[in-house]
Design a protein around this ligand. Structure first.
Ligand SMILES: Cc1cc2nc3c(=O)[nH]c(=O)nc-3n(C[C@H](O)[C@H](O)[C@H](O)COP(=O)(O)OP(=O)(O)OC[C@H]3O[C@@H](n4cnc5c(N)ncnc54)[C@H](O)[C@@H]3O)c2cc1C
Length: 325
């Protein structure tokens, strides 16, 4: 591993670390060490990092803000590529603009840039503390907006090194998922296709100032979600016609704690890290909520967050559901 790190440095990549704790790179502040980690801010550096990892037969995994992942306490095998490709530009089109964002740009910034320039339609993005690249994978959304309804296309780098431009139909979006999302429930250990650029459509604002919409959405979030304790946002997706948070609350789990993690008093679908929580604490809460909500409300909750890294073979957030439920 230190070989890999030193080779990355020798190739000219500057921000490289061996055995880097992933707790520094996830919003949950949880996760063991990545064997090696590199920060990239250009596509050339991204390609270079991948080619060196490939020469070492080492798996690589791309991470944005780490706001939707639960990294194993045992860490991540291989190379973690931290995506900091962030440039954003606007191209005028009739009645609006196309926002052209590199995949490591944060949603909040994309939303703010569009709003500051007088364009509406992307304000919902301020609610999402993650990158637009991962947002395409997850079809991120909030406040009645989502990627599916605002994207023009995405550029995706495949494992052969080719870049493909995918339109919304090709991305096959559904609620919090797309064709690029691994949904087996198994831990993710490598990235097959990397989103490198996303184009969104925004419209020229006429009656309402988009900046005032952003202000209102931020206030709304601050009032309803835990903002101090580290979390990964919603733990489960909302089942059709229901709220996962309300179901967890009805199952009596609001505020329930295991180890250093607990279901937030503020919003029961958020698991917050209150005291140096281990990834295993979070998994225990996820499984408890799944079985308790199924028993008491008859609804099966589906995790929105994804396991990443060195989990035991066959481990998933779904485990224990087989026989006894
Ligand atoms: C407080 C809080 C509130 C939240 N609210 C919302 C909300 O309202 N709506 C919502 O949808 N989400 C919400 N989230 C979840 C999260 O912000 C989104 O899922 C976001 O899209 C994740 O982006 P990220 O950059 O942090 O992804 P990461 O967590 O870094 O990665 C997530 C997955 O995507 C993969 N990935 C990352 N970048 C790329 C890329 N460029 N190409 C291919 N694969 C990639 C990773 O390997 C990983 O599998 C919230 C999270 C928090 C902490």
């Amino acid at each position: 591993v230190s070989d890999l790190a030193s080779e990355l440095v020798a190739a000219g990549l500057k921000r490289v670390k061996a055995n880097e704790s992933m707790s520094k790179h996830t919003t949950w502040r949880i996760g063991g060490p990545a064997d090696a980690l590199v920060v990239v801010d250009t596509i050339e550096d991204l390609r270079l990092a991948i080619s060196i990892a490939d020469q070492h037969w080492t798996p690589w995994l791309v991470i944005g803000a780490g706001s939707n992942i639960l990294v194993a306490d045992e860490g991540i095998e291989g190379l973690v590529i931290l995506n900091r490709m962030r440039s954003v530009s606007l191209d005028r089109v009739e009645n609006g603009c196309e926002v052209n964002a590199e995949s490591g740009a944060f949603f909040a910034r994309v939303a703010q840039i569009a709003a500051d320039s007088g364009y509406t339609g992307l304000e919902w993005g301020v609610a999402i503390p993650g990158t637009v690249g991962a947002g395409v994978v997850n079809n991120a959304g909030a406040h009645s907006g989502d990627v599916q309804r605002t994207i023009v296309n995405a550029e995706v780098l495949d494992s052969s090194g080719a870049i493909e431009v995918l339109d919304p139909a090709e991305l096959r979006f559904a609620y919090r998922r797309s064709r690029l999302k691994v949904t087996s429930g198994e831990p993710i250990t490598r990235t097959e296709s990397i989103v490198v650029r996303v184009r969104f459509a925004a419209q020229t604002a006429s009656s309402v100032d988009p900046r005032s919409i952003i202000k209102r959405l931020i206030e709304q979030r601050l009032a309803t979600q835990p903002v101090v304790e580290p979390s990964a946002g919603s733990t489960f997706t909302n089942p059709p016609g229901a709220s996962a948070g309300a179901l967890i609350e009805m199952a009596g789990l609001k505020g329930h704690r295991i180890g250093g993690a607990e279901f937030s008093f503020r919003h029961a679908n958020f698991i917050v890290n209150v005291d140096r929580a281990a990834a295993a604490d979070v998994v225990a809460l996820v499984r408890l909520a799944r079985s308790r909500v199924r028993e008491t409300q008859g609804v099966l909750l589906e995790p929105e967050v994804q396991l990443v890294g060195r989990w035991n073979k066959g481990e998933t957030l779904h485990e224990h559901l087989g026989g006894d439920g």
